[in-house]
Design a binder for this molecule. Structure first.
Ligand code: PHE
Length: 327
């Protein structure tokens, strides 16, 4: 009796654990087949004492019946599972590519900044950084622009306290660099600047790249050559470039540079530049009789406008994906 009970339990758990129709078929052969468990039990009957045969035979039959019942129940279940998964495969075609996800990309302004940095790096300029929240001293005073100076009206803009403002240009980085590093030096610094301006060619917050070169024999010719080379690398050899006399308190002489724009006889100003004013050098303890230098501040959005023929600078901060995907 006991023996039949354990045998029954073993058979039952084998059947219940069958995971597929194929597996179940193997188990069926193991139990019911010609050399299976049941058959081998039957074969024992003739060797038994007559009195035990009928009881034993009954138990084996019983076992056989139950095993059959379990096998067919399991078969029904596994068939259903296999059928369902086939139906499921009909609806879900795993070979179809998944939904497309758009890749992110570098914003057009950062692309242009990277290009400018790369052009100037090749000419030997290091990259430095400066704060967007700046001291009045660095933004104006050290740049030869005292409080009474009329040029400050053009720039007096977003103040945080009386002595701290959002920088109106990247030129304060010139002063910060010269305080830290001894000449000769060549640096560029790109970043955001802020002004009280807003029209098709001006934004209240835009990007500039500042350049500064200090050495013992630097002239306006070096400035001109450097800028021409950079502008042509950025915008193409065919671009017309115009140097126009201008005034900045921190350079002397000063120029503004325009690039031909929009086919007709139009120009777009892209930068201010000049020879570093002796007072600026004195402010950072550099002897202007020994050292000279040039500096420039270029508008990044303006370069992007020229590069891609964009007429309205306000497209950049609008950040419409339709626009940004173009670059
Ligand atoms: N800082 C000036 C501006 O933003 C540009 C400039 C930079 C001019 C360096 C001369 C030298 O308008």
């Amino acid at each position: 009796m006991e023996e039949f009970k354990t045998l029954f339990d073993q058979i039952k758990s084998k059947i219940e654990n069958a995971k597929s129709i194929d597996e179940l078929e193997k188990i069926r052969v193991e139990i019911m087949g010609r050399n299976g468990i049941i058959t081998s039990l039957m074969k024992k009957i003739p060797e038994m004492p007559i009195e035990e045969r009928s009881k034993f035979g009954k138990d084996v039959n019983d076992l056989k019946e139950k095993a059959n019942k379990f096998l067919s129940e399991r078969m029904i279940l596994l068939r259903e599972i296999e059928e369902r998964s086939k139906a499921f495969q009909k609806y879900i075609d795993l070979t179809i590519p998944g939904p497309l996800r758009e890749n992110g990309k570098i914003h057009v302004i950062n692309q242009v900044i990277n290009e400018c940095v790369s052009v100037f790096s090749k000419m030997g300029f290091d990259v430095v950084e400066g704060p967007e929240m700046e001291n009045v001293y660095y933004n104006f005073e050290a740049l030869n622009t005292p409080e009474w100076h009329p040029a400050r009206d053009l720039h007096d803009t977003f103040y945080i306290t009386d002595s701290i403002l959002l920088r109106t240009h990247t030129s304060p980085v010139q002063v910060r660099t010269m305080e830290r590093r001894k000449p000769p030096l060549r640096i560029v610094s790109a970043g955001r600047v802020y002004r009280n301006d807003y029209d098709a060619t001006h934004l209240p917050s835009f990007f500039q790249i500042e350049g500064l070169a200090i050495d013992q024999k630097i002239s306006m010719a070096d400035l001109k050559g450097t800028l021409e080379n950079a502008i042509k690398s950025l915008l193409g050899e065919d671009k017309k470039i115009r140097f126009r006399p201008h005034y900045f308190p921190f350079t002397e002489p000063s120029v503004e540079v325009d690039v031909s724009f929009g086919g007709k006889k139009e120009w777009l100003e892209i930068l201010g530049a000049g020879m570093v004013h002796p007072n600026v050098l004195r402010n950072v303890g550099i002897d202007p009789d020994k050292w000279q230098g040039f500096a420039f501040g270029m508008g990044i959005e303006r370069i992007a406008m020229l590069k891609y023929g964009i007429n309205d600078i306000r497209e950049f901060p609008r950040n419409s994906l339709k626009f940004l995907r173009l670059f």
